[in-house]
Design a protein around this ligand. Structure first.
Ligand code: NAD
Ligand code: G3P
Length: 320
């Protein structure tokens, strides 16, 4: 199956590099000048510096050319996904559309698969998510991810098409669980960054990761997702990676908040919007998400770090 990756950011470029091991792959970028520069230099200096683009990767800013593939990977940020589909994918398309973003829309509370299903109802909607830094994938380091698609037969075909020598895909039909894990772990990673940045120590981080996983699972159960999915690569696996590595932008944003430094606002940090989306979603349902709500208040300047930690530590004592 031929593959195109739409979105020439760090993750889209890394996925295209890995997929190019299997044959021709097309990487589409919205900025023609950026595409010309990548074609000339055979590298994506802006988003993934220091990595060569293989010869089997075509680069284009022509969306019609990119959409001719059997499988389309959507590697744009979550808050841009709906607008991207409106602009570029016909509503009647029956394409295989694989979301590669992590998060929930602030405006609607929808995750990536739901957005695809709503906007392109006849397409096969899937999500590729799990623990993976673009730089690792691009360098050929081993990575294992979750591929979720409600149609198991389609999922198996996509799994074959998208697995490479360094990208091992596990499949599930639980798209909601996969969406939730990838989105929620980013918020917990911000909290962990804050804790380390503020000098609260490794024990505090372990507590945040564990109780964070508990609230991720609580919301998943409430929404009818399978908790086993949350315990897999897309949930627990990605939580561990993102909460412990300075390669993560979510974790680094948290570190900056904890230290009291500013953070480049142009960086893609999906956990910021997701924290707000989850607060809106859970205020109505009453699902207890204390760490996520604390992060949202911190991000919105409604609390500082000491007040936030004090609020978390003074919650009523309960069974684990
Ligand atoms: N970078 C990673 O290590 C990594 C790993 C796994 C998942 N992801 C996920 O991948 C998604 C993208 O992240 P990234 O790291 O590639 O971000 P990035 O900031 O490096 O790139 C985002 C890209 O999207 C493009 N874009 C933004 N709006 C667009 C629009 N409306 N139309 C077309 N293109 C548009 C930008 O031009 C940019 O090239 C995020 O949801 C992120 O969570 C990233
Ligand atoms: O840089 P981050 O925080 O967006 O994390 C990248 C990936 O989601 C890690 O799996």
């Amino acid at each position: 199956m031929s593959v195109s990756v739409l979105g020439a950011g760090a993750f889209g470029t890394a996925l295209a590099i890995s997929l190019a091991q299997k044959g021709a792959v097309t990487l589409w970028g919205r900025n023609p000048d950026h595409v010309v520069e990548m074609q000339a230099n055979r590298t994506n200096t802006a988003r993934l510096p220091g990595v060569d683009l293989p010869a089997s990767m075509s680069l284009t800013s022509d969306i019609a050319q990119a959409l001719a593939a059997d499988v389309i990977l959507l590697a744009v940020p979550m808050q841009r996904l709906a607008g991207f589909l409106t602009d570029h994918i016909p509503q009647s398309s029956t394409a295989n559309l694989v979301a590669c973003c992590k998060g929930f829309e602030v405006s609607t509370g929808r995750g990536p698969v739901t957005v695809i299903r709503d906007m392109v109802p006849q397409a096969t909607a899937a999500i590729l998510t799990g623990p993976s830094f673009a730089a690792d994938i691009a360098r050929g380091l081993p990575t294992a991810l979750t591929l979720a698609c409600a149609d198991d037969a389609a999922c198996q075909k996509l799994q074959q098409a998208l697995t490479t020598q360094n990208l091992r895909l596990y499949r599930t039909t639980d798209t909601q669980g996969a969406e939730l894990g990838g989105a929620l772990k980013n918020v917990i990673a911000i909290a962990c960054g804050v804790a380390i940045g503020a000098g609260l120590g490794q024990s505090a981080r372990a507590a945040l990761m564990t109780r964070g996983f508990s609230e991720m699972t609580r919301l998943a159960r409430h929404l009818g997702a399978e908790t086993a999915t949350l315990a897999g690569l897309s949930g627990f696996g990605d939580l561990v990676l993102t909460c412990t590595s300075e390669q993560s932008r979510n974790y680094r944003l948290g570190l900056s908040l904890g230290v009291g430094n500013s953070f480049d606002p142009s960086t893609t940090v999906e956990g910021v919007a997701t924290a707000r989306a989850i607060v809106q979603m859970t205020q109505a349902s009453g699902v207890d998400m204390p760490i996520t709500h604390t992060v949202a208040r911190l991000l919105d300047g409604e609390a500082d770090v000491p007040t936030s930690m004090a609020a978390l530590l003074s919650r009523p004592l309960k069974e684990e």
